[in-house]
Design a binder for this molecule. Structure first.
Ligand SMILES: [Zn+2]
Length: 387
């Protein structure tokens, strides 16, 4: 055996190193080795997800090695060597800080450092059509790279407006909560939603979307679909509470619970209309159900984490104009929050069952204050690169 070291690529700050490459002189042994033919990278348009595909001649045997932090992914590819015609993959340096492939006793160590934290999923695929055996590594980033890209490329800002879906709860035959003075939740939340829409419209990096703009009935699933059709980056459902305890008051924010999320994956797959859909940048048709469910789960749990951070910003902002019913983010299985790939938040703007709050919620001034506070929370969410 002999050892050589070779640098295969240098692209700006990105280095792919092919280091400590052991080459077996025993032909029979080297023939039995799996070959790494190619590494391919795919990014979804919002750069929330990176898919890395390793094409190999045989089914790959791998071990995921413990990473030092959630920005690093390390794995050992066992009994494999790099094919002679292996070409350097194209890498987006806005996302990947460092990619290193090193060989050690017929094993390759794959090490990836990103600028942002991520969750990952690894699975193998059998040969199909023009493809060989594949090992797929999906990285789900907890923060979009778009805001970082914007800092670097000023012109991209205009063409990459963030789409904020504003969902006024209830409507039409469904009045929602009703206050002592007959105030209907559906009217209050539509008024706040329209105010929020006008405020967001003034922001040059935001394109707001009203899920309902009049007093009509829309099912919860239709609300989700509309937000997805318009490729929303954030979904905010606006409500006003009611409770038996007439003293209950203040704002609260909800995101989807994990339990709500896990039952949702199976439902999405059961619905034929969704099967050709894009989830977290991955088309889920032609995939077996277990794999599709895994992708859905990963995408949804990443969306929940983003939702929690965004909800926090909104609550902090609401605290300045009203009291908080609960200072913690609540988690529940609300259907309207179940988009598998759109961070979704439900804001309760106050209690119609509380006489004083009903009066406040009716006033245009308070409605404006609430809308403005939600706007500020959204702006801070964007500024911090949460969405
Ligand atoms: Zn409601």
């Amino acid at each position: 055996m002999f050892l050589f070291k070779k640098i295969i690529s240098k692209r700006n700050f990105i280095k792919i190193l092919l280091a400590n490459f052991y080459f077996s002189i025993l032909p029979s042994y080297s023939l039995s080795l799996n070959k790494l033919k190619r590494i391919r990278f795919y990014y979804n348009n919002k750069k929330h997800k990176l898919r890395i595909v390793l094409d190999t001649s045989e089914k790959i045997n791998y071990d995921i090695l413990k990473s030092i932090n959630s920005k690093t992914f390390k794995m050992s590819l066992n009994n494999i060597t790099i094919n002679n015609d292996f070409k350097n993959p194209k890498i987006d340096e806005d996302i990947i800080k460092n990619l290193k492939l090193s060989n050690n006793n017929n094993n390759l160590t794959f090490l990836l450092d990103s600028h942002n934290t991520f969750k990952y999923k690894v699975f193998t695929l059998l040969p199909k059509a023009k493809y060989d055996h594949r090992l797929v590594i999906d990285l789900f980033f907890l923060k979009s790279f778009i805001s970082d890209v914007k800092k670097n490329k000023k012109n991209i800002f205009k063409s990459n407006k963030l789409i904020i879906a504003i969902d006024a709860g209830h409507g039409g035959k469904d009045p929602g909560a009703i206050g002592k003075n007959g105030t209907k939740e559906k009217d209050i939340v539509l008024s706040i939603s329209k105010k929020l829409y006008s405020l967001l419209k003034k922001q040059k990096n935001i394109k707001p979307l009203l899920i309902r703009s009049k007093d009509n009935f829309i099912t919860l699933r239709q609300r989700i679909s509309k937000a997805r059709v318009y490729k929303s980056d954030l979904f905010i459902s606006i409500h006003a509470d009611a409770a038996r305890n007439k003293k209950a008051k203040g704002c609260s924010a909800y995101v989807l619970s994990q339990r709500g999320a896990s039952t949702e994956a199976a439902k999405w797959l059961a619905n034929k209309e969704n099967s050709a859909d894009l989830i977290g940048g991955v088309r889920i048709n032609n995939k077996d159900n277990t794999l599709a469910e895994v992708i859905l789960d990963m995408s949804q749990s990443a969306a929940i984490e983003i939702s929690i951070k965004a909800a926090n910003e909104i609550l902090l902002s609401l605290k300045k104009v009203s009291v908080l019913h609960s200072k913690n983010i609540e988690q529940a299985g609300f259907v309207v929050l179940k988009s598998p790939d759109i961070p979704s938040i439900l804001v309760e703007t106050g209690f119609l069952s509380n006489y004083k709050e009903e009066k406040k919620l009716r006033s245009k001034k308070f409605q404006h204050e609430i809308a403005n506070a939600i706007k500020k929370g959204i702006l801070s969410t964007i500024k911090k690169g949460i969405i």
